[in-house]
Design a protein around this ligand. Structure first.
Ligand code: AMP
Length: 591
């Protein structure tokens, strides 16, 4: 097939903003495409070589593409860069320069040699796969080879594609429309094509099956371990009452973890991880892969869950940003894993030991998940309750927030509660809090206990148990575990510093429901900053004052480096001050 056919279609598509017209042009193109290369034509039209989940990107550095354009058109690189600055698009620059060159050398240009789709695709694949020494020159050569036989119009699209900027503005859904129209009866068959896309989001593959076997073939496409499934998403409603009503009066309520969605595809010899956007995350989470290997004893499976960073010393969940550090990293992963390990909270199983689980109701899937996964330190089930009681659900919501989550995801537990790949519907409904209490002031807190350090902190304390002072009861009430903000020397010096204050058991003036490894006489005051104050069912600070059954806690506390030697423990921040801060600093945040 000639690349000219593609270039002509692209030009027409660029000339319209109407989705229906775009679809018609695509249908026309697909109908005349030979079946054996239809997948390549689809990928090229998407500006890619493979579906995203394969993880191979074309994206040649613009600098190299500029060199190739200069060589092919016989002008200096400087000139190309200048034009690029003016036009802002390497495609147009290539087109203009080639036009000029061809006008000058009309006779020397061999117009018999025509560029095929196969050749363009082949060279692109080579460009994407060339690595190591001398690879830059090889890439430039492969591109020049294409420019030498391309018409100016073809060069426009080749240049854009190779630098990853084809951008025809065709959404996947438009390609699905076109496929259904080109190989089926359009409307009726569209839903089969879309179903296939949701469980096998590879438009080239779907086009190939359609072209070879028709709609029947597409109906037979099944979930495959290794090929990502489009993630099921949650609708939202503004109140727990409405959610419960929508769910038919009873539902499962799971913690909504604030981390990174991970779909894990597991077989005996290989595990692959995908993000919510179906990017391949495998190399960024070797720790998650070995953790799943330990927790799962079956043959093969696809799991859905959220990876959340944890503080090794306090066991508490950390802000999401700390997992995002791993994104796109190829090197230095080992160090990050040591410093910021993640826990994978599993909430679904989509495939298990050769069986498609997506067609089974939520409760069956959850039960299978619990049967086949053994919880470890690093792999856990999403915390949940099944309830029809609003008070109970509200308390569970507060607990979720206090535990560092964003809120809850309610899940339908009826027979209809299948896993709807790619859908945002009311089978899942998220409920996030709409407030945030921001801490501006620093707090002066009293050290009442400590926890033994693990890993790098072995032999010293991993975290300190901190309290505020309640003058009415003359008691020290816990508000947080403090594990960050220390220098290595400060950490190493902690046991010696508290030696003289060690007790066999909790000091009578300390009110704590947390069991510390070491207890101290409340004497040392430290300055602490935190991200916010939350309700907490475990900490005792101002227990029952703001809400029955809850105390207050500081989220993400950090030592400022200042020891408040000038303050006695009775001069520390009081529980009443914390209540006032909680009440006065409530700010609405976007849901
Ligand atoms: P949002 O990103 O606000 O639309 O919320 C949906 C996201 O919440 C999902 O894509 C998951 O990454 C995340 N999530 C956290 N916990 C759960 C859970 N228990 N069930 C489903 N999704 C969850």
């Amino acid at each position: 097939m000639l690349y000219r056919e593609l270039a002509e279609t692209y030009e027409k598509i660029e000339g319209t903003t109407k989705r229906l017209e775009m679809t018609d042009y695509l249908v026309e193109l697909l109908k005349k495409t030979p079946h054996d290369i239809i997948d390549k034509v689809v990928y090229l039209t998407q500006g890619k070589l493979y579906p995203d989940f394969v993880g191979v990107e074309l994206g040649l550095a613009e600098k190299l593409a500029v060199k190739a354009v200069a060589l092919a058109s016989g002008v200096s690189e400087k000139k190309v860069v200048e034009l690029l600055y003016n036009y802002g698009d390497l495609g147009t620059v290539s087109e203009e320069l080639l036009k000029k060159k061809r006008q000058k050398s009309l006779f020397s240009f061999n117009t018999d040699e025509k560029l095929s789709v196969e050749k363009v695709y082949e060279n692109f694949v080579k460009i994407a796969g060339t690595e190591g020494s001398g690879s830059q020159d090889k890439k430039i050569k492969l591109l020049v080879e294409l420019f030498n036989v391309a018409t100016p119009r073809e060069a426009r699209y080749i240049a854009r594609t190779v630098v990853g900027k084809l951008r025809l503005g065709i959404a996947d859904m438009t390609i699905l429309d076109a496929l259904a129209a080109a190989f089926g009866d359009g409307k009726e068959h569209r839903k089969y094509v879309e179903r296939a896309y949701n469980i096998h989001p590879d438009l080239g593959y779907i086009a190939k099956v359609l072209a070879a076997e028709g709609v029947e073939g597409v109906i037979n496409i099944q979930i495959e371990v290794g090929v990502p499934i489009r993630a099921m998403l949650a609708e939202r409603l503004p109140s727990l009452e409405e959610i419960l009503k929508k769910m038919g009066g009873r539902a499962a309520f799971e913690y909504k973890y604030d981390g990174m969605r991970i779909q894990a595809h597991v077989t005996k010899d290989k595990t692959v991880l995908y993000s919510r956007r179906l990017e391949n995350l495998t190399s960024q989470f070797p720790d998650v892969i070995s953790a799943i290997g330990e927790a799962f004893k079956g043959d093969n499976a696809i799991f859905d869950g959220e990876a959340v960073p944890v503080d090794v010393n306090t066991g508490e969940l950390l802000p999401f940003q700390m997992v995002s550090h791993r994104r796109g990293r190829k090197y230095g992963i080992e160090k990050i894993i040591d410093e910021i390990p993640v826990v994978l909270f599993l909430f679904d199983v989509l495939y298990l030991n050769g069986e498609d689980m997506t067609t089974k109701p939520y409760s069956v899937r959850r039960k299978a998940l619990e049967e086949w996964i053994t919880e470890t330190d690093r792999v856990k089930f999403a915390h949940r309750i099944v309830s029809d009681n609003l008070d109970e659900i509200r308390l569970f919501f507060d607990k979720a927030i206090a535990d560092g989550c964003e809120g809850l995801v309610a899940k339908n537990i009826g027979d209809e509660s299948i896993y709807r790949a790619g859908a945002r519907e009311f089978l899942w409904i998220k409920y996030k809090r709409d407030y945030r209490i921001e801490l501006i002031d620093t707090l002066d807190l009293v050290v009442v206990g400590a926890f033994a350090g693990k890993g790098r902190r072995k032999g010293t304390y991993g975290a300190l148990l901190m309290a505020a002072y309640n003058p009415d009861k003359d008691s020290f009430e816990t508000v947080c575990k403090l594990g960050s903000g220390f220098t290595d020397e400060q950490l190493a010096g902690l046991p010696r510093m508290f030696e003289g204050l060690l007790l066999k058991e909790r000091h009578p003036r300390v009110w704590s429901e947390i069991e510390a490894d070491y207890w101290f006489v409340p004497r040392i005051v430290m300055e602490v900053v935190g991200a916010e104050i939350t309700l907490s069912p475990t900490h005792t600070c101002a227990r029952d004052v703001v809400e029955h059954g809850s105390g207050l806690a500081i989220r993400f506390p950090r030592f400022t480096g200042k020891w408040r030697d000038d303050k006695s423990p009775e001069e520390a921040t009081t529980t009443k001050e914390l209540v006032e801060m909680y009440r006065s600093q409530v700010k609405k945040v976007e849901k």
